[in-house]
Design a protein around this ligand. Structure first.
Ligand code: DGL
Length: 277
């Protein structure tokens, strides 16, 4: 399993990658919790979405993303992509890479959902590849066999998010949230895992549709919290006097990426550049 933060920490930045801009929901939380930490982010915007591709293609892309992070000598790596986290089911992909501390988003999200549910009915929304992998369901059942899990893939939410159609009142966002979430609402879930890191952008629309009684779990948010707690416990946080540097890389147009970055991160100071994988 890659979904547990373990391994030896060195002194470098926290590496975070995603297929596109979705992993910035994780970066936002990391900056809020640990402004002293340096962060290197990669969004493979030239090839997003990953979630509708085959397993082999996703693994090939993930290896290139990891190689990029290796060059940046990150002290730990967060796979802030539900799709990659679910497709890579062992830590083997990191063997021989020099990255020996890493986590995906599946286990932190399942931990939080199992803790949150009262009626033992958890919903999971994610990309088609993630849902096909069955990883969220597997992990929830492993922890709590008596919990029922209801999953639905939401293939069109990622393109909507990449193009800025996420806000309350935005007709396409409201239409597709209703379309994808109606079957889960009908099952009476009380907890919903947003199992793709793009989905927290739809949080208001999702929460309006599901109603107050349903607790939303952001896979990226809880992974950032878990990382903070783990670094704190290992006394591996940078001193609070250090001002963290945030470097963001994309594989497609910087201009387009910049627009998304400001939607995700607001005023946070960061350097943005294009890179090749
Ligand atoms: N944000 C990603 C995830 O968490 C990937 C979306 C995609 O590329 O399809 O699954």
């Amino acid at each position: 399993m890659i979904d547990t933060l373990y391994g030896e920490l060195s002194d470098g930045a926290i590496g975070v990658f995603d297929s596109g801009v979705g992993g910035l929901t994780c970066v936002k939380e990391l900056i809020r919790l640990m402004p002293q930490e340096d962060i290197v982010y990669l969004g493979d915007t030239a090839r997003v979405p990953y979630g509708t591709r085959s397993r082999d293609t996703i693994v090939r892309y993930a290896k290139q993303d990891i190689a990029f992070m290796e060059k940046h000598k990150v002290k730990l790596l967060l796979v802030a992509c539900g799709t990659v986290s679910s497709v890579i089911s062992s830590g083997n992909i990191f063997e021989g890479t020099g990255i020996n501390c890493y986590s995906g988003v599946i286990i932190p999200a399942c931990d939080a959902a199992c803790e949150a549910t009262r009626n033992k009915k958890i919903g999971v929304i994610a990309t088609p590849a993630t849902i096909r992998s069955g990883r969220y369901e597997f992990e929830i059942k492993r922890q709590c066999p008596d919990i029922s899990v209801y999953s639905n893939p939401c293939p069109l939410l990622v393109p909507l998010a990449e193009n800025g159609y996420t806000e309350r009142g935005c007709a396409p966002a409201e239409f597709f949230v209703k379309e994808y979430l109606t079957p889960l609402k009908e099952q009476g879930i009380d907890t919903l895992i947003m199992g793709c890191t793009h989905y927290p952008l739809f949080e208001e629309v999702i929460s309006d549709f599901m109603g107050e009684g349903v607790k939303l779990i952001s896979s990226s948010g809880v992974t950032a919290e878990m990382t903070f707690e783990a670094l704190k416990a290992q006394h591996a946080l940078k001193p609070e006097t250090h001002k963290g540097k945030v470097e963001l890389y994309c594989t497609d147009s910087v201009q387009l990426f910049k627009e998304n970055v400001s939607r995700f991160l607001g005023e946070a100071e960061c350097e943005i550049a294009q890179c090749k994988l």
